[in-house]
Write a protein that binds this ligand. Sequence first.
Ligand code: GLV
Ligand code: MN
Ligand code: MN
Length: 404
Amino acid sequence: MWADFEALSAIGSIGDGGVNRPSLSTAHLAARNWFASRIHDSGLELRIDSAGNHSAFLACDQPGAKTLLLGSHLDSVPHGGRYDGALGVLAAFEVLRVVKEMGERLLLHLEAIDFTDEEGTLVGELGSLAVAGNLREESLHSPRGGRAALVEGLARAGLSEAGLLAARRDPTSLAGYLELHIEQGKRLLNTSSKIGIVTAIVGITSCRVIFTGQADHAGTTALLDQRNALRGAAHFAIGFWEKLEQDFSRCVGNIGNLQVIPGVFNIVPERVEISVELRAPDISLLTRLEEMVNELSHRMAERFQLGVSVEWLDRAEPVQMDRIFQDVIVNACRDLGFAFQHMASYAGHDAQALASICPVGMIFVPSVGGYSHSPREYTDWQDCVNGANVLLEATLRLARGDLG
Ligand code: GLV
Ligand code: MN
Ligand code: MN
């Protein structure tokens, strides 16, 4: 697993410990090709579905057996870390190689899967939503990464929108989904626990807030005469963070990008597009956050005589992890002697999309410093191995039908 981790980390490496493998970029596709060749070397079966999800498959000999999915994603955020997603795919792959070597007869097929665009460079949880049969055509028409980037990426990968929309699996063929991931926060570090057992994943929604004013000469147009889109956007941003701090202590929100048009020193900005993301542990809070963004953006538009539109993009609802799967992971930790704790995830994961069609469970390992979505992301290798062992043990328990 270490050799694989080293080899994978070199693909899209940006030289400062991080990787740049945005979904369907050349580097991401190179990582997928590498994974396919490693699957080939292992003697496991390679499967690629019409959403581009890449899998290693290990069949059992039980007639009518279901498949237990294990996995994560090989794409990264732009200038991201080596562990986010990669660890889960490599650990899943290693589990299949170990089980194959053991030669034990199990009750489930096992599949180690790398999902397309978990990170949402284009759409977000694209491959897992497709498998769940919940990918909406609108998400492809107005993806949060922009339509042009999606069309380009699909062409580069040899994928099609029709293929994405046809990748649904029959839920009755699935026994569930298990994922190992780095925690991406500091909660495990602050305790003596080695393993986090995820209870729930927050809801995530994103939108583009667009202020429109008027381009004018920056020298000759008095401030009071300007219809400056950036002024509205700036006041929106300040108001957004104040609201989060005052009224939404259990939620998080982010303004990740501001596009100022025409973006020139001596022209009053005519148009500003703001990328906003909101996360909340329950649906009513998520809805209140969305209302806050709508209200605030319209108030700022009125104040600064601007036009405004709020374009809502994808919404992943908060989900609970399966109780039985959580207990299986608890038992796996006990077998292996690892201290554990239950925790909610404020990061999104493919388990969120799959929860609508099968039981899901997630295992977290500590992130040094809590850093993630950054080249500073780091997890001690021993913790990665511990997590992979918990994944193996939990998989064996499920695939033996031993849930006690
Ligand atoms: C995925 O990592 C996300 O939470 O944005
Ligand atoms: Mn991830
Ligand atoms: Mn991520």
